[in-house]
Design a protein around this ligand. Structure first.
Ligand code: 5GP
Ligand code: MN
Length: 335
């Protein structure tokens, strides 16, 4: 993978460009992809944003999201566009399989693949150019840097600002996590100068749910939370029936895992959700307990030191029991 600055000269030559991100895109994946979209179209590129799957309703306000292709519902169209692409930008994921069923088409495509990402241990041999930096708060911050460092700060506009603010806000826990650097605040100051009204974005993302989601949150906190003080850990295991009972949709469970870390002394939080085709784990930690390593070692996943995800094809009961078993090995580390 060549450093991203080798790609700058190619920016000005109009091409067929695809921008894609990890499955079930969050604010950072969708924000960085749409921010990049609104930047690239200014050069006359033909740009298509393709999501591997559907996304949360709380992202639906984002400028340009109406043009995003959901690979799962428009597979044929997406395949053609990928096959004809000259360049594929891969944002906010480190390994191709994070794009689920899209992965094999990206792999087979003749296009030059470009990585912009901040997860641990990227699959760099899969990319022609790129930048991977685990010190960065978000891929949105990296897209901002890409725009500025390629000498195109003059192309930043309010639309791009709205997209990029979304991801930097969601990935830093609203500027709270230790990764939030001075550079992040400087970037936000710049976005404000472009006319960004940040409160509107917070409202769109965090205050735009249906009643059922809040009642579900209450239900699972009361009935599905297990606090393991001897490990400074807490876990929630959520069944399909729980999801159905409250009519829970994509995105409604995002952030749930963070509640566990609000308990005094809890350093490690885990949540497993019985999704359609797999059991999906989310891990969070405070301090130096590395959930990326934990997820990678035991649950086919990865991510960052303090936030990672994983999966299992086993039943909810079995994968939950496996977690309890494994936890014993970590008792000392978690003290
Ligand atoms: P979440 O728990 O919110 O789904 O994910 C937490 C962080 O870990 C995010 O940055 C997400 O992109 C990453 N992540 C989630 N699942 C996986 C996975 O299966 N593999 C890898 N490498 N990263 C993941
Ligand atoms: Mn991210």
């Amino acid at each position: 993978m060549k450093a991203i600055n080798h790609f700058y000269p190619l920016l000005t030559q109009p091409k067929n460009v695809v921008v894609t991100m990890h499955q079930k895109p969050d604010g950072d994946a969708m924000g960085s992809s749409l921010g990049l979209y609104h930047f690239l179209i200014q050069f006359g590129h033909t740009v298509t944003v393709i999501s591997p799957t559907n996304w949360a309703k709380f992202l639906q306000w984002m400028p340009g999201i109406d043009k995003v292709i959901d690979f799962e519902t428009q597979q044929h169209k997406a395949q053609t566009i990928i096959a004809e692409a000259d360049i594929i930008f891969c944002l906010d994921f480190n390994v191709l399989h994070r794009t689920k069923h899209l992965a094999k088409f990206i792999e087979q495509a003749n296009a030059e693949k470009i990585l912009i990402d901040h997860h641990q241990e990227p699959q760099i041999q899969a990319f022609a150019y790129g930048i991977s930096n685990v010190e960065k708060s978000s891929t949105c911050e990296m897209v901002y840097d890409f725009i500025v460092e390629s000498g195109n700060a003059n192309k930043l506009n309010l639309t791009i600002a709205q997209c990029l603010y979304t991801g930097v806000m969601t990935d830093t826990g609203s500027f709270r996590f230790p990764i939030t650097s001075a550079a992040v605040h400087k970037m936000v100051a710049h976005l404000k100068e472009l006319g960004l009204q940040h409160s509107i974005i917070h409202d769109n993302i965090y205050d735009n749910f249906l009643e059922n989601r809040l009642r579900f949150t209450g239900f699972v906190l009361l009935n599905r939370m297990d606090v393991l003080y001897e490990y400074n850990a807490a876990i929630m295991s959520i069944s399909k029936q729980d999801l159905q009972q409250f009519n829970i949709k994509t995105g409604d469970t995002e952030g749930l895992v963070n509640y566990l870390l609000t308990i005094e002394g809890i350093k490690f939080a885990a949540i497993v959700i019985d999704r359609e085709e797999e059991r999906k784990w989310s891990f969070r930690s405070k301090g130096n307990f590395d959930v990326n390593i934990f997820a990678r070692k035991h649950f086919e996943g990865g991510g960052h030191v303090n936030a990672a995800g994983g999966r299992s094809s086993d039943t909810l009961k079995n994968t939950t029991n496996k977690f309890y078993e494994i936890l014993k090995e970590y008792q000392q580390q978690l003290q």
